[in-house]
Structure formats: C-alpha cells, structure tokens
Design a protein around this ligand. Structure first.
Ligand code: GLU
Length: 467
C-alpha cells in the first residue's frame, strides 16, 4: 500500500511551497489508492507554536487536502525515539560523544584552513563511552565508512554519495532530545511511508537517513525531491513577493480549486494543459512528470486561473462564498435581491471574490458618493430630462423585467431623440455610482424597482443641487 506523508514544522503559516508539497503527496496517494499521513514536526520547542499548527490545519482544510492518518505530533513520540536511539547504541550503530564545542570549533577551523569539507573526525567513535551522571554527551550515528549510498530520485534521477563524504551525525542532543534526521527516520519507518515527497532543501539529508534506515533494517522509501518555488524576480519565494501563506489567498478571495490548480502546475505539467479538474489532477498526476527546475510564482497566472474557476464553478458555490463574505463583513443586505443573478452577471468580469464583492456593493447599500470622474462627465443638466422621463416610465411599469425595462430606455431615446448613451450612462451612474456595469437593463432589473426609482431621483436632485 502506497503511503505518503506531509511533515511540516509548525514554525509559521502554511506557505505556498508547503501546500504544493502537501498537494503532490495527496494527489499521489489519491491516484494510487494509498494513504496520506499528516505529521507535525514540532520537536523544535522554541520555534513551534500552537498557532502555527492551527494555521497548517486551516490551510489544508481550506484546500480540501484531507489526510487519512494523523495529525501525529513528534513531541508525543519522544519515548519511541529514545527507544530507537538505545537500540542503535545497543547494536553498535550509535555511540556517545563527549567532544566539546571548543574542540569541534577548532577542528572545523583547521579543516577549513586546509580547504577540506568540515566534518566530524570520529574522535569518540571507538572510545566506547558510557553516559555519566551530570555529564552532557551527544549521541552520534556510526555512519558506514565504506561504500556508496545511492537512490533513484523521481525528480533528480540517480543520486550517489560515497560514505566517505558523510560524517557521524548527531542523532540525540546533550539533553537527550532527538535530532531532525533521527525523528524523521523513525517516523517514516513506523508509519510505513513508501514515498517521501519533499522540498529539495532536504536532498542532502537523504543519504544519511537511508543509512540510519538501513541500520534499523527498515524498508527504504522512494524519494521525490521537488525544486523550490521562486518569486517572479528569480529569487526564492518569500514574504517580500507578497502573500506566501495560503490563507492569505483565501482572505484575498481566491477559490481553493483555483489555488490547487495553480499549485499543481507550479512544478508539474501534463502537456500544455492548464486547467485540471480535481479528478483530472488525480488521474493524470505522476511523479515522473514533476519539473526538474524551479518554478516561478506568477500572480497574473493565478488570477487568470481564478477567473476561469469563478466562471466555471457551479453558481450556487460562488454565491455561497459571496454570502459568507457578506456575513463576515457584516453587510446586511436586502434578501429580496436576487443574489444568484447578480453574482452570475458579474463573475465573468472580476478576478477574485473580493473584487466581485466590491463590484456589486452598490446593490447592497446606497453608495456614499458618486465616482467623481463619472459624475462630472455624466451627471450634468442635460441628463435631467432622460432621467426624469425614465423615472416616470419606470414607476408606471407593471412588470419589472429586463424586456420591459429595455423598452422604457428605448422609448426615452426615441422620445428625446438622443442616442442610447445619453440615457444609459446617466442611469448607470445614478444606479451604481460609477460608469461600469453590465448591460444597463439588467442592472436596473437586478436592483429592483424601489431602489432604482430612489436612486434615479437622487441623481436628479444631485444635478439640481450642483447646477
Ligand atoms: N519538517 C521538515 C520541514 O518542514 C520536512 C521534513 C521532511 O519532509 O522530511 O522542512
């Protein structure tokens, strides 16, 4: 059975890179009918926070990346790590080391001066030291001194490292706590992880982890180290490129499906297809199509994908998101408004839910002021007559539907012998406060009779007062 894990350290929010790794793990397990494990690597007690754990869980929930096992917390597994460390000592694969910081520092300096790679020289390797009360000693893994560690990385191809290059790494600190490489190995082994997908900043750890796994007679998982994500300036993606925490994209009004679609393309491709339904992603995903070179985060492309999803997702889903936002912003709107029709009319004109909300805000509350440019250009004395005629005819309309409304506007243009713009534009500014909106007859219809009449009157008054 295929099993992958996403193993974030809870030292910040779930960022774009982490979310992408989680997505790849999730896709692979869903495709293979395997299991996806969430493991919180919280052994760094100083930098791990409960808020970060929550942020990771929130991010995964928003993206719909559900896991089959976990979340497991490494801080709850210290006893187990201790047990494995004892086992390694017992079988001669680990040893106590009493080298002081001073000794290690001067060793490093000498090696650097001799242009050698800094590495532990194995000083305590064969001393058979035992723990002594009151003395703080680290425990090191006895790395094989001969041979080669090799593995076939799904992204990077074959990787071979000679054991001579690897020194005896610390697996337990002076206070007995396990180091990253030890706890990862124990967890990957105990959790029967078959595929390790992670960022390529960990690729140098892999040969060491394989050696420890071998000492424990554990099965070696397959590895896929994915390249990092760059900002559009070619530098490693970071805060200064704007939002990097996935929940910031939620706040900004992106759709989770669009985010997933964007993330999957950021490091994986299938021909030149851009839009993938969730099922397509699952069906088509393969480790061997992961990109070998870093990908660049491109907000414009994310916007484009988001817009595609805004147009293609079922309308009730988009309406629900809009409603959620309205509630969040405590915008009390008139429930007689046909929200679904309004959203449908606007969704192809905007990039995000937030933008959509901004564009339709005039439907929910009377705008405070007209857009200055639009008012100066359109709300002039010449507009009073068309507005007045429209107001009269609208108020007599029996049926408030787009055909009748269109009929009124047309009649006004005929009666006054003016072009459509001379009636439509004043109406548009009167009703929406600005000069952009979908077709005016539809806008009038959606706004409803009462609101439309009141706003036309308001515009007439505004022109008279400014005259
Ligand atoms: N906890 C590590 C990190 O957040 C990941 C470890 C791993 O995937 O092996 O970078």
């Amino acid at each position: 059975m295929i099993k992958t894990r996403f193993a974030p350290s809870p030292t910040g929010v779930l960022h774009v890179g982490g979310a992408r790794t989680a997505l790849f793990c999730w896709l692979y397990t869903r495709k293979m009918g395997g299991k996806f494990v969430l493991r919180i690597e919280d052994t760094d007690l100083e930098r791990s926070t409960p808020e970060s754990v929550q942020a990771i869980l929130d991010g995964m929930a928003w993206l719909g990346l559900d896991y089959d096992e976990g979340p497991f917390y490494q801080t709850q597994r210290f006893e187990r790590y201790r047990e494995v460390i004892e086992q390694l000592i017992g079988q001669g694969d680990a040893y106590y080391c009493e080298c002081t910081k001073q000794r290690l520092d001067s060793l490093r300096e000498q090696q650097m001066a001799a242009k050698q790679k800094p590495r532990y020289d194995g000083c305590c390797r064969d001393l058979g030291l035992r723990p002594e009360p009151g003395k703080s000693m680290v425990i090191r893994f006895r790395n094989p001194q001969q041979g080669v560690v090799s593995f076939d990385d799904h992204v990077k191809g074959r990787i071979q490292v000679s054991n001579e290059e690897l020194d005896d790494l610390i697996i337990a600190r002076g206070d007995g706590s396990p180091t990253y490489n030890l706890s990862v190995v124990v967890d990957d082994m105990d959790m029967d992880i078959t595929h390790v997908l992670r960022g390529d900043d960990h690729v140098n750890n892999t040969p060491r982890q394989i050696n420890i796994l071998q000492a424990l007679k554990a099965k070696i998982p397959e590895y896929a180290h994915v390249p990092m994500i760059l900002g559009d300036d070619g530098k490693r993606l970071s805060k200064r490129h704007g939002a990097v925490g996935v929940m910031e994209y939620f706040d900004a009004g992106y759709l989770p499906q669009a985010m997933l679609n964007y993330l999957v393309r950021l490091g994986w491709s299938h021909g030149d297809q851009e839009i993938f339904s969730q099922q397509e992603m699952i069906d088509l995903f393969s480790l061997d199509e992961l990109n070998r070179s870093p990908s660049s985060f491109n907000t414009e492309k994310l916007n484009w994908i988001n817009q595609q999803y805004l147009m293609s997702q079922p309308l009730p889903e988009i309406v629900a998101l809009v409603r959620q936002r309205l509630d969040r912003l405590e915008i009390d709107y008139d429930h007689s408004l046909d929200l679904a029709a309004i959203v449908d009319l606007y969704r192809q004109r905007v990039t995000t839910i937030n933008e959509l909300l901004d564009s339709i805000d005039y439907c929910f509350r009377d705008f405070e002021a007209y857009d200055e440019k639009a008012a100066n250009k359109v709300l002039k004395p010449a507009a009073v007559e068309p507005l007045q005629r429209a107001l009269e005819m609208f108020s007599e309309l029996q049926s408030w539907d787009v055909v009748s409304i269109h009929g009124v506007i047309e009649t006004v243009t005929v009666e006054l012998e003016v072009g459509m713009g001379k009636v439509g534009q004043p109406l548009r500014v009167a009703l929406t406060g600005g000069s952009f909106s979908p077709p005016i007859d539809q806008t009038v219809e959606l706004l409803g009779k009462q609101r439309s009449l009141a706003r036309i009157q308001r515009a007439i008054d505004y022109i008279s007062n400014n005259d």
